[in-house]
Design a protein around this ligand. Sequence first.
Ligand code: ADP
Ligand code: MG
Length: 253
Amino acid sequence: MSAPVAYQRVKEQLENLKLLVALSELDGVLERGQKEELSMVEVIDSLLELELAARFERRLKTNFQLSGIPVQKRIEEFDFEAQPQVPKRTIEELATLRFLANGENVLFLGPCGVGKTHLAIALALKALEQGHRVYFLTLHDLVTRSAAARARGRLDTFFSAVLRADLFILDELGFLPLAAQDATFLFEIVNKRYQARKSVIVTSNKSYGQWGEIFPDPVLAVALLDRLLHHATAVNIRGESYRLKQRRDAGLT
Ligand code: ADP
Ligand code: MG
């Protein structure tokens, strides 16, 4: 087979195999191969690497879109000096994602505005960057989505979606008391994820002792806490609201 025919066939085959990045990069890689006198195997390697890198990027983008993360917040943007209650070392340790590999949970507890959601999202973004699937829901989302799914007879689908995620973030536990069926549903999720050793991050403005007030049945609250805390890092933030503090420091209040 002549070289031009082989070249044409490679292009067609890359297209048939849907290696579209490799296809579009083919000429560049071949040229570079010639210029830098790369071996044939190095040329193939570069081509495949470009395809895989593009696929990984695409996966990250899709995972982010599916994650439900409402805003991007990064650890680098977190002002640890303004919030001395948050141990920087603990957050740095969490940012290694060892907790995720070990299926451990993370709880951010404290009043409104102290950065609980910020830190939860920052860890979620780290997990996404490593290619993990993340599912972020406020407790309110969980209640409304499960109600909608239940009405359509699709509760199982929603339940599986929450279970499938490598990291599940439940934001704002404690803002509203739970109806019995929602409390049971939440318990089922936490329990199944616990059994599968899959991580959950919870943020709450209530201390553990007050969780009984959110649940219609205090026994359920205890059982839920038992699962959540078995392998967990809890970060208690007792400071004041970051924005309020900023405004006060600026002399606005
Ligand atoms: P919470 O979830 O505890 O109610 P948030 O995480 O939503 O609080 O924080 C409220 C706002 O203040 C967010 O915009 C967040 O990025 C910001 N914020 C809170 N604490 C800090 C901090 N220590 N450094 C930088 N920004 C912060
Ligand atoms: Mg919050």
